[in-house]
Write a protein that binds this ligand. Structure first.
Ligand code: UD1
Ligand code: CA
Length: 499
């Protein structure tokens, strides 16, 4: 049977108090709309229509990015959910088969629940099958109204849905609520919508009134009750956004643990829905994995690490690191306190160590940048070691330039690579070298000025300081640990002062 999906997303979302349309707020790394459209798309519908209104340009552009086969249809004025479905049908090619209607703000709805709702309607040949749930606090939801049951153990037949504002005190006490998700018989739906008016407390066309209309017309109406009320919970404000975000994360983390991932502290581990993890990787506390991050077999990430779109190779270790758009090779180590920026590619068994920032740099297998370094716009060969405290001076104030470093180089501490510059295979640089010209393979580059010692300068120009007195009483430290040398005392043989 053919399937048409209509997602209602034209409302203002006033309670979010946001300049951004409600359905574009995100949990688990995806907008609310992307969650809903993704669940619906999994049913492979023949048509998928999204009714847009408030923020229609932004919502339509986002929709095109997440599902270019989905079609936005504009509802000019938000006259209610019934009107929104009318607008969608008017823009649709045909209305045979099943029409699945759902709201754009229920991000936890699963495709399996949607499929069960569609299958239930088709099995029952119902004009409409409503997805319902029993919730602890039904305030604000439409209540499910049932007639008396034939047998005490049965649920009575569905006869209507009454909105909060129109409900009698007895109806308000009902805890079975309308999820806002319905499977309609496409052939019957236009006839059910046609007579609906807006003579109600909200002055809106209620889609919910189609249920009583179908009952009055003698058509079959059924309900599917989901055992998981959180699946149908909608986001109306930012408190619910955070609540459902945490719930989604609990479900995501739980699923990964069941799939063989060690998560030491699920409460402080955040994993976006698009992240992919291999079995036997380990996530330590306070780890946040965002976007298209992947972690391969046996790798360890965390503690205190945030990665967005980072690929971590098998057996690698990433500790106390902030990274985005980077690749960490198998068995490589990163951190603690590393900052990986986009375009960083660390080879197999390589190292990006402590207080190191990298950007747009390819680091060959086994190469290391262990300490206190900025490496940007560079290619480093295999087996090279970049000395502590080096800077890849890539920016001349106008343009960025590249540094090329060969295989098995050993560059000294505090080397400045003033790009564009090439360091040949197997070359060395001395500590403190400012590399402005290319270094040939196998050469040692040094350009430090000769050192001058101005003897007695401290005593003359900083008299009375601790430095001056230490200089005056200088000790021979060649014999550890008491400071006295093998010959005892200071350079002039006098007893050494103990500080
Ligand atoms: C609706 C249901 C209620 C149900 C609840 C579930 C009606 C009358 N009530 O109430 O029974 O328990 O959902 O969450 O349907 N929308 C449009 N165009 C409009 C009006 C709304 O596209 O003119 C969209 C909204 O953007 C939203 C969805 O329809 O995504 C539901 O609208 P909303 O105003 O949130 O309905 P509720 O009051 O929550
Ligand atoms: Ca709602």
């Amino acid at each position: 049977m053919s399937l048409t999906v209509i997602v209602l997303a034209a409302g203002a979302g006033t309670r979010m108090r946001s300049a951004r349309p409600k359905v574009l707020h995100a949990i688990g790394g995806r907008s609310l709309l992307a969650h809903v459209v993704g669940a619906a798309r999994a049913l492979s519908p023949d048509q998928l229509t999204v009714v847009v209104g408030h923020g229609r340009d932004e919502v339509s552009a986002h929709l095109a990015a997440v599902d270019d086969a989905a079609r936005p249809v504009v509802q000019q004025q938000q006259r209610g959910t019934g009107d929104a479905v009318r607008v969608a049908l008017a823009a649709s090619a045909s209305t045979t088969g099943t029409v699945l209607v759902m709201a754009g703000d229920s991000p936890l709805l699963s495709s399996s629940t949607l499929a069960a709702l569609v299958a239930g309607r088709e099995r029952d040949s119902a004009a409409v099958t409503v997805l319902t749930a029993v919730v602890p606090d039904p305030t604000g939801y439409g209540r499910i109204v049932r007639a008396a049951a034939a047998a005490a153990a049965d649920l009575g037949p569905l006869v209507g849905i009454v909105e909060q504002r129109e409900a009698t005190p007895a109806q308000l006490a009902v805890t079975e609520i309308n999820s806002g998700v319905y499977a309609f018989d496409g052939a019957a739906l236009p006839g059910l919508l046609a007579p609906l008016g807006s003579d109600n407390a909200a002055g809106e066309v209620y889609l919910t009134d189609t249920v009583a209309a179908a009952v009055a017309a003698g058509k079959r109406v059924t309900a599917l009750r989901t055992p998981d009320p959180l699946e149908v919970e909608g986001v109306n404000d930012r408190v619910q956004l955070a609540g459902l975000g945490a719930e989604l994360n609990r479900r995501t983390v739980t699923a990964w643990m069941r799939a063989g991932v060690t998560v030491v502290d699920p409460a402080t581990t955040w994993i976006d829905v698009d992240v992919r993890l291999a079995a036997d990787c380990t996530l330590l506390p306070n780890t946040q994995l965002h976007g298209a991050t992947t972690v391969d077999v046996g790798a360890t990430v965390g503690p205190d690490t945030t990665l967005d779109g980072v690929r971590v190779g098998a057996g690698a270790s990433v500790v106390r690191t902030h990274g985005s758009g980077a690749v960490v090779g198998a068995d490589a180590t990163v951190g603690p306190f590393a900052y990986l920026r986009p375009g960083t590619v660390l080879g197999v068994g390589g190292k990006i160590g402590t207080f190191v920032e990298t950007k747009n740099v390819q680091i060959g297998d086994g190469s290391k940048i262990p300490h206190l370094t900025y490496a940007g716009d560079a290619t480093i060969g295999v087996g090279s070691n970049i000395g502590a405290s080096s800077v890849f001076v890539n920016y001349d104030g106008v343009h960025k330039h590249r540094t090329m470093i060969g295989d098995h180089c050993r560059t000294g501490s505090d080397t400045m690579f003033v790009a564009p510059v090439n360091v040949g295979d197997g070359a060395y640089t001395g500590a403190g070298t400012v590399v402005r010209r290319d270094v040939p393979p196998g050469a040692l580059a040094i350009n430090v000025a000769p050192q001058r010692n101005l003897d007695g300068w401290v005593g003359r120009y900083r008299p009375g300081t601790a430095a001056a007195s230490a200089a005056a009483n200088t000790r021979d430290r060649s014999g550890q640990p008491d400071g006295g040398g093998p010959d005892g005392g200071g350079p002039d043989g006098s007893p050494t002062a103990v500080p």
